[in-house]
Design a protein around this ligand. Sequence first.
Ligand SMILES: C[S@@+](CC[C@H](N)C(=O)[O-])C[C@H]1O[C@@H](n2cnc3c(N)ncnc32)[C@H](O)[C@@H]1O
Length: 350
Amino acid sequence: MIKHWSASSHTPVLLSETLRALAVQPGGRYIDCTLGGGGHAAAILDHSSPGGQLLGIDADPNAIEIAKERLQHYKDSTLLVNDNFINLQSICIKYDFFPVHGILFDLGLSSLQLNGNGRGFSFQYDAPLDMRFSPSQKVTAADIVNTTSEARLAYLIKTYGEEGHSHRIASRIVKERPIETTRQLARLIEKAVGRRGRLHPATKTFQALRIAVNHELEHLETALRQAIDLLGYEGRLVVISYHSLEDRIVKQLMQKEARACICPPGIPTCVCGHVPRVRLINKKVITPSTPETDLNPRSRSAKLRAAERIITQGDCYATTEDHAFITIAKSRGWRRPALVQKLRMAFLAV
Ligand SMILES: C[S@@+](CC[C@H](N)C(=O)[O-])C[C@H]1O[C@@H](n2cnc3c(N)ncnc32)[C@H](O)[C@@H]1O
């Protein structure tokens, strides 16, 4: 049974759809790459019991602390790691946690991060312009806002925020620098472009800054590739995204990995040698039901995509060591068969 959590905690989005897409089974091994408050993780552990195991990753040390409490009941079957999911592969190799039955990415921010925890993610609470998922990152939103050229700022706001008034906003920012707080930034954006419609005029600029501070799009694409490598036969990859830039990356990567040929159009015979590595579970994206969006308005923009790992001949692995080798070989781009075979024997002999 799916457990319900107190109103003050983060409500997991598309929970039953996620469990179904992951095909959670007793005794399965799962990775939650965006642990947050541990809502999805708790449900995965409930459904994979007895014998289930979960590796939970989050870049935010506060999230790890909160999830640790929530998952206390499962502490013997849970491994929580405070790290960025860009390091997914090395984390799994370090803890010998692969191949796995399912990997989840529930992207973006948790309610705990949005609800005015002083990290500057939301313009609804006054706080220093920080926006780093992890305090170990060097560059904050204030650094970007106060040191980037006007042209570069306009580019970032347009590209990562899909903001039509990016030039006007960038010019106002440069005129009013230094800008230190969320409220200061939100007010100047409102002055620059005025208020129209229901969306606050600062929404898109805040999204753009958060994406830039945390390199969200680059990290997502890299981590998704690593995730596919870590799935065992029929293992499931499930991604919930909250804006079109993320969803486009997920959709294009899954579609490409599912295709037998990725030659450019117009080539008469296939020369790419591409091997499909996944099968798409849902051809159409899954979105929350009206009852869910009524209960949890933040779920409105959620989109879930899922794919299942297929293992082909050249791709198959017999043992954990073989799988480790193939995973490392791919990550390093080793392609020449004779050399790879030699390295493989050396690796397995260690
Ligand atoms: C939407 S929340 C996840 C909520 C979670 N599924 C739950 O049910 O409580 C997203 C989480 O992912 C984390 N996160 C975002 N990008 C990350 C990254 N590149 N590496 C690790 N964690 C990341 C955030 O810190 C945040 O805690």
